[in-house]
Design a protein around this ligand. Structure first.
Ligand SMILES: Nc1nc2c(c(=O)[nH]1)N[C@H]1C(S)=C(S)[C@@H](COP(=O)(O)O)O[C@H]1N2
Ligand SMILES: [Mo]
Length: 572
């Protein structure tokens, strides 16, 4: 069984199968995927097919896999492959006894009938047998008859030694030198090479695609997070959008297809501004992971930020283009599609309930400005959806299409990911349909200062604690409780006053508290304390509060962690 799991991991990193794509969409770090500690099952049939694949491999392969399980064995196995993989890759430059094929010849082998050939670094591989055993099935055929590089480049985790080794077993020849040249030119574009530069202070969770959060101490320096420090969560390369060619399509139950230029969006509808906090469902995942392993980007407490957003109200646009009671009778959801694409050409997508989309109080924006400037590339230039009070995932960036529909978005991120499953559900038992898509988020708070593990001076006799608090669905945070003794005694924190030009909306209209509150409190040390366990919890306007521990809300994807945030500091 152990072996079986590893097999799935390895097959998944070889080619952009639906499963590998899925897995990557879900951001499982390759390191942990290959550590052998995880049970992996991302979709129907994968373990079954994984078994076929495994049983077809020889003893040496099994040895390598076993090596990956055992600690020291892993190093040994690595050494073994390393040479082999290097040979495989190096064979490009060596005169080989294998036949030389032209690109034309390779291209002929792009179906199961004709055989499935691919090229990688000048070598030709016949992977026909692999296709049938591949957990992801058909999608492997996207690379058929051509080069693997463009597919592997989309996720920077490919090209690892063990992947190359598996590939080398299928080698049948080498590519004509002149065709290699042509490929090199075509492949020289890294899909991430046009990603924008990022602020060096960001803590990078993943470089390609880019995912980063600001250091906690910087996060709460500003009520309005500077755009450069605003957390960034991308699933794919940042799409390059020419504003003059940009068109926003509106489809579905409104009837017909409406196509809007950026200028039309800006000039036809009143510009509306809201201050809204965005939080990723995976914020504070690292704390959940510490309690029990989960899969996903290892976010700290700063996958949350606050900005002012300006743009047209979605509601104004929909009503302008024919939204009426007749449509209301049928429609239930509004779907959004991004212009960013995965390897299969599928765009990022999500949907929100119709009520939220068209209600006057919902404040849903087709935003073209962030903090008073054009949206930065990372945040969805030229247009993104802002759904205040709703999980980050529904705030679709680089918006290409709006669909008014009876159905929810069928995207992976709406149907499988960004859902909360029970603590007892694991990857073998998860039924994606059993849980609703996350929309409004629960009440949240975290300590940003002092940092966990820091030392405070005993002469100070008191400690100043700072943090943020926010709740989903427009529920206002009404109180933040802070403890320095692990939750035995509590003190009420003060909400921070506005800085010049950064007015927090201290009393937003009921149900429209979209922005976080920053808080602060100075608390005396308990007598003789050597160590302090700082804890915070917030209460929102519906008197929802946060659970005290993480295990009862643990879930396999590590989303929705809003347990009391705990920070330990030493007194010296
Ligand atoms: N088109 C598109 N929209 C997207 C995403 C994406 O990868 N592509 N990521 C989503 C997720 S999961 C989050 S948390 C937010 C993050 O927005 P930010 O990068 O502006 O902080 O964008 C959402 N919208
Ligand atoms: Mo997210």
């Amino acid at each position: 069984m152990q072996h079986l799991r590893h097999c799935q991991v390895l097959t998944r990193v070889l080619l952009p199968s639906s499963h590998s794509a899925q897995q990557l969409k879900n951001n499982i770090p390759l390191a942990s995927a290959c550590s052998g500690l995880l049970s992996l099952r991302w979709g129907s049939g994968s373990s079954h097919q994984g078994h076929n694949y495994y049983s077809s491999r020889g003893p040496r392969f099994r040895y390598v896999l076993t090596g990956l399980v055992a600690g020291t064995g892993a190093v040994l196995a690595y050494g073994l492959h390393h040479n082999k993989a290097e040979q495989a890759a190096a064979s490009v430059t060596h005169t080989s006894s294998l036949p030389v094929y032209s690109q034309e010849e390779v291209t002929k082998h792009s179906s199961l009938d004709q055989g499935v050939w691919v090229t990688y670094k000048g070598s030709v591989y016949d992977i026909t047998d692999f296709v049938a055993k591949h957990p992801g099935g058909d999608k492997i055929l996207l690379a058929a008859g051509g080069a693997l590089e463009p597919f592997w480049a989309l996720y920077a985790i490919h090209g690892q030694d063990h992947v190359l080794e598996i590939l080398s077993e299928y080698k049948v020849g080498v590519l004509r030198p002149e065709d290699c040249k042509k490929q090199e030119i075509a492949n020289s574009t890294d899909p991430y090479s046009t990603d924008p530069p990022r602020h060096p202070a960001l803590i990078v969770n993943s470089l390609k695609p880019f995912n980063g959060e600001p250091p906690p101490a910087l996060l709460t320096d500003n009520y309005i997070t500077p755009s450069a420090l605003f957390f960034k969560r991308n699933h794919f390369p940042v799409p390059q959008v020419d504003p003059s060619k940009y068109r926003l399509q509106i489809e579905g139950l409104l009837g017909g297809t409406i196509s809007l230029t950026l200028e039309e969006l800006k000039s036809r509808f009143p510009k509306h501004t809201v201050t809204a906090t965005l939080q990723c469902a995976g914020n504070r995942r690292s704390d959940m992971h510490k309690a029990k392993q989960v899969k996903g980007l290892n976010w700290g407490v700063a996958a949350i930020s606050n900005a002012t957003w300006s743009g047209a109200r979605l509601r104004d646009v929909l009503y302008h283009y024919g939204f009426d009671t007749e449509v209301t009778a049928k429609a239930r959801h509004v779907q959004f599609e991004g212009l960013d694409l995965d390897v299969t050409g599928t765009s990022y997508g999500a949907s929100i309930p119709l009520n939220k989309a068209v209600s006057e109080e919902g404040d849903v924006l087709l935003a073209y400005e962030m903090n008073g400037e054009d949206l930065p590339k990372d945040h969805g230039y030229p247009v993104r959806v802002i759904v205040p009070g709703t999980v980050g995932a529904r705030n679709v960036k680089w918006l290409g299409k709006i669909i008014v529909s009876e159905e929810e978005s069928q995207s992976h991120w709406q149907q499988n990911d960004y859902k909360g499953f029970p603590p007892g559900t694991d990857w073998d038992t998860v039924d994606y349909k059993s849980a609703p898509a996350i929309q409004e988020l629960p009440v949240q708070s975290a300590i940003t200062q002092p940092a966990d593990g820091s030392i405070v001076d005993s002469n100070m006799e008191e400690v100043t604690v700072k943090g943020y608090a926010w709740s989903g669905g427009g529920r206002e945070v009404v109180r933040v409780d802070v403890s320095v003794d692990g939750g035995k005694t509590w003190h009420v924190a003060e909400f921070q006053n506005s800085e010049e030009g950064q007015k927090p909306e201290l009393s937003p209209p009921p149900g429209q508290a979209w922005a976080w509150k920053l808080w602060e409190i100075t608390i005396p040390f308990p007598e003789g304390a050597q160590e302090l366990e700082l804890v915070c919890k917030a209460v929102d306007s519906s008197y929802n509060s946060q659970p005290d521990t993480v295990l009862p809300i643990w879930n396999l994807r590590g989303v929705l962690n809003n347990s009391w945030h705990r920070v330990k500091v030493k007194v010296n």
